[in-house]
Design a protein around this ligand. Structure first.
Ligand code: ZN
Length: 295
């Protein structure tokens, strides 16, 4: 929560508690606690910025520049306080950053924030050599799949599938030991590769995985690196990804409620053993899933 969010909420709640002051001789009733807003803010590469956009009758429209594309942002809240929730790329450079908000008159204004430095450790892994030095056929397959995944990642639906976007607190999709390996710089068989952009949860092959938040299935496939994979769309560019699955029990278009089982843990794709690789994406940016779930 940004200080300005805190202040405005506190001010509003303060006003409400003044109104709720009891008449003389009657006992004051405690007010309900303010809503806990999720995800948690952590302004580092791979983290999330929560940026106050102030009050407005309608949900404001905001975007962030990524390369040469304006990528729309998730905006949550209500007429009292709107908040843009921006995923910060793992490749982001520490220092000043900003998002852009459209005003009601059609003008644009910038909302600045600062990305703090975070140094992620290096992790060395040993995997099947054919998943590191790709054959020409596997390379061609990977490039086709990458293009398809980029299309999936560009999904932006205005309305969430069933869920209110005030709190984006998620349920852990499968019980098991959670690694804290998000962001680690990965070296496979001695060769540097992309950083780890999700959370690994160790569980036996066949363990059911549940939807952490209501959503719609937007992709089901079997991919070279990710193995059996399902993508869910939770609305406004908030997507989640489940990889290395042994079974995918849904089809594109299916709508899931929080807690619905929809796939099973496996060891397909490039893995060292059975586990769920869980990815969470905001504005086409993989962010740390730990920011969305209770510790
Ligand atoms: Zn993983």
């Amino acid at each position: 929560m940004t200080p300005s969010t805190m202040n405005r909420r506190t001010a509003v709640l303060g006003a409400a508690s003044l109104l709720a002051l009891p008449a003389a001789g009657r006992e004051a009733k405690p007010l309900p606690p303010p809503p806990t807003l999720w995800p948690q803010a952590l302004q580092v590469p791979g983290g999330v910025a929560r940026l106050s956009l102030g009050p407005a009758a309608m949900r404001p429209v905001a975007h962030v520049r990524q390369g040469d594309v304006d990528v729309p942002l998730l905006v949550q809240g209500d007429a009292i306080e709107w908040t843009a929730v921006a995923g910060i790329p793992l490749a982001a450079v520490a220092g000043p950053a900003h998002i852009t908000v459209m005003t009601t008159t059609g003008a644009q204004r910038q909302v600045p924030y600062t990305v703090a430095a975070k140094r992620y450790q290096e992790q060395h892994l040993k995997v099947s050599p054919r998943t590191v030095d790709l054959s020409p056929e596997d390379q061609a397959r990977y490039e086709r799949e990458r293009d398809h995944q980029l299309q999936v990642m560009a999904t932006f639906t205005e309305q969430p599938a069933g869920a209110a976007l005030l709190s984006l607190r998620m349920q852990v999709p499968v019980a098991g030991r959670r690694s804290s390996s998000f962001g680690l710089r990965r070296v496979f068989n001695g060769q540097p590769r992309n950083p780890h952009s999700g959370m690994d949860i160790a569980a036996a092959t066949g363990t059911p995985i549940v939807a952490p938040l209501a959503g719609r299935v937007i992709d089901v496939g079997d991919y070279f690196f990710n193995g059996g994979t399902v993508w869910l769309d939770h609305g406004q560019g908030l997507l989640s990804m489940y990889c290395h699955l042994s079974s995918m029990d849904v089809r594109v278009g299916d709508v899931l409620q929080t807690g619905d089982a929809f796939c099973k843990v496996g060891a397909t794709g490039r893995v060292t053993g059975p586990h769920l690789h869980w990815g969470v994406m905001l504005n086409r940016t993989m962010v740390d899933p730990a920011l969305f779930v209770p510790a």
